[in-house]
Design a binder for this molecule. Sequence first.
Ligand code: KG4
Ligand code: ZN
Length: 349
Amino acid sequence: MNVLGIETSCDETAAAIVCDADTGGGTILSNVVLSQLDDHRPFGGVVPEIAARAHLDHLDSIIARALDDADMTLDAIDGVAATAGPGLIGGVHVGSMTAKAIASARGLPFIAVNHLEAHALTARLTNGVAFPYLLLLVSGGHCQLLAVTGLGAYELLGTTIDDAIGEAFDKTAKLLGLGFPGGPAVQDAALQGDARRFDLPRPLKGRAGCDFSFSGLKTAVRQTALKIEGTASDQDIRDLAASFQAAVCDTVADRCRNAFKMFAETCGTAPPALVAAGGVAANLALRDTLERTCTKNDIELVVPPPALCTDNAAMVAWAGLERLRAGITSPLDFRPRPRWPLAELRATE
Ligand code: KG4
Ligand code: ZN
């Protein structure tokens, strides 16, 4: 089964073709991602109107390239999947309308994909991970721990009570003058920084449950930056970036340990695997921390390669393929949803 996937929910215009493999996972036949970073950089963040127009300008040629790279035509495609939310609604409309048009013209099934489910299922594409598993979803707009018991079956165990984790990275980068996008910039600066130099808070660490909070940490970074303002050397900035990243990793590890217990209470078994997904899962320090935490608790850690953690269309094609395989398709009048929490998702919609 070959599925064409389209991703346009933020600032990446992407198309990919994925097929199912005998091993249980999938095979990526092509994966084209056009980043709009240069269009948005002058504004220090993603501008929704610019993003939507750029998707419109480039999506057709990106789809043509995905077909070309996979060495196939639309004749070989069995279904068309597109991110239909959550995300910046202008872009989401461009992607889903294009997918619907192709599906309608070709008489193919259309699959409306929840962007978060696409992140959540990526580890099944890359590693054939079986249900159930514990999911740590860490992206620009989310920070959640969920029990994944099947397709469209997500039980929320914990979530951020204020900022998303990617947002915390992006704001810290801005504050430290490290540029945009913030996550990779903080990671690079932290590489040569001393993580013990600044004593930053670990919000909610030691408390029950597995919710997250990042606003207090962000404030502490701002206050520290203000104290050294004017005299801050490049090394001071690198030390502050490293101290921030260490505080984030420490907090996430603490929340995951509680989630292991909550998963066991919910599912009646310890989580066989912890899957990390979303853009922040590309962070190498976080990967190291999760590896140590999982090893200590005898839980397998699965993190897709960095390029499949950040937004891409292979994950959308795969989520579409999983739904198509289960006999779930979407009507052509499916309304894209700017807000679409994973825990509200069902296997039937
Ligand atoms: O999943 P994603 O590509 O888009 C959303 O669906 O939000 O995640 C984007 C987020 C941004 O906040 C970005 O700064 C962060 O992921 N990110 C990282 C890294 N690469 C991307 N954060 C920390 N370290 C990284 N290496
Ligand atoms: Zn994403």
